[in-house]
Every structure is written in structure tokens, then in C-alpha cells.
Write a protein that binds this ligand. Sequence first.
Ligand SMILES: O=C1O[C@H](COP(=O)(O)O)[C@@H](O)[C@H](O)[C@H]1O
Length: 240
Amino acid sequence: MSKSLVVVVPDADVLAATVASRLIAKIVDAQADRGTASVVLTGGRIAKKVLETVKDAPEAAAIDWSQVDLWWGDERFLPAGDAERNETQARAALLDALPLDPAKVHAMPADGGQTPEAAAAAYAAELGDPLPPFDVLMLGVGEDGHVASLFPDHPVLNETGTTAAVHNSPKPPPNRVTLTMSTIRTADEVWLIAAGPDKTTSVGAALNGDKSRPAAHATGVSRTYWLLDRAAAADVTTRR
Ligand SMILES: O=C1O[C@H](COP(=O)(O)O)[C@@H](O)[C@H](O)[C@H]1O
């Protein structure tokens, strides 16, 4: 049965260090088990800090980076190289410094003139059927409780495929591509990561049972971790 745990640490710096250590250990363990590891990245401020911390961590040398598949939970549908793309952020924070196999870096398509729907369909094809075995899927949590590009009360929540196009996102940019919640829930572990007082309300609501927050539905098959700093956790009244 899936277990859910809430981990609260003092601040965003400690949170980034905590998540980075866990991520390295998770990848090392997956590679010890089956030779490869599969990780789903997220975007946003704390995600950037986590990746920068992994880059500076001596224990990251224990990872065979050529045997890591990297996927993204969502992407801002913008031209390749745009600074607002989650891919651009991840490459600058960590990926460009690693000896990755380019064929295993599965970025979501950039806006090259096709529709977001076409981009979402292309990513679904890249994921394949069955879906890859995601060892860990990381998610930032928005001020409104969104995860990936799944926003509260948005039609994207009704999508039934493995990926979806998003229009009229309440957070810029308006067009996005995202994994659907059913895809997120196939990951072995889902880590919801949040820091700072602007996340207090949404994290508290989601963890206290407000099902209108997409974050409340993001669970892993084996484990769901809420990895929070004290400010983000200030309204949490339940410990799982
Ligand atoms: O737009 C997005 O926002 C969320 C959260 O970002 P943050 O800067 O508030 O932490 C992020 O997780 C998501 O991947 C991204 O596309």
C-alpha cells in the first residue's frame, strides 16, 4: 500500500540539500537494482535550487549519468532555449555539466510553430506504451496548488491521455504541455517539494484535504513525500 510522509526542514537551503541527497541516493539505488534510473524533473524556483545542489554534491559522482533517463512533468510551451522553459532552467542548473546520454534526455517539445496539442501527442509517443518505470517524479507546488501544469478548476484536469496540452494557463505562459494526473500517479515515488510563505496556503489546503487542489491528488505507487520548509508547512495540521 502507498505510504505518504511529510518531511519539514528549516528553510529552502536545507530543503534543497535534503532533496538533492535523496535524489542522488534514489538514483544510485535504482542503478544498483537494475542498472538504470528514470527521473521526472519539475520546474520552478525550488527545483532550480535542488539541481544546482546536485551539481555541487560530491556524492553525485556515484551516479552513472549515462544510464539515467530524464523526463519532465510539464513544460512552458515556448521556443527552444527560451529562459522561461523548464528544460532551459534544468540544463543551466545541472544537465549541461553532466555526461548524460542525449538520447535519454527526454525534453518536452519546444514551440516550433506546431500546436501544443501536437507537442503533447509527440511527448506521449516518446513516453510510449507502457509508460517508462519512473523511479521518482518531482513536482513543485504552485501558490494555487497546481502541480506540473495541472491547475485548479482547469479543463486540463479532464484530459484522459498520458499527456495534455494546456491553454489559458492562469500562470504565464498561457500555453503549456503537461503529464496528466493519471501518468503522474504511475511513478514509484512522487515528491511534492515546496518552500516559502507563498506556498503556505496551497500546501496546507492540499494536505488538510482540499481536493480542489491538484497537489492533493498527486501520489506515488510506493511512496508520496511532501518535502517542505517550515514556511510552506506552516498551515499543515496533519502528519501522514
Ligand atoms: O510554472 C510552473 O510552476 C511550478 C511552481 O514553480 P515555483 O517557482 O512557484 O516553485 C512548477 O513546479 C512547474 O513545473 C512550472 O511549470
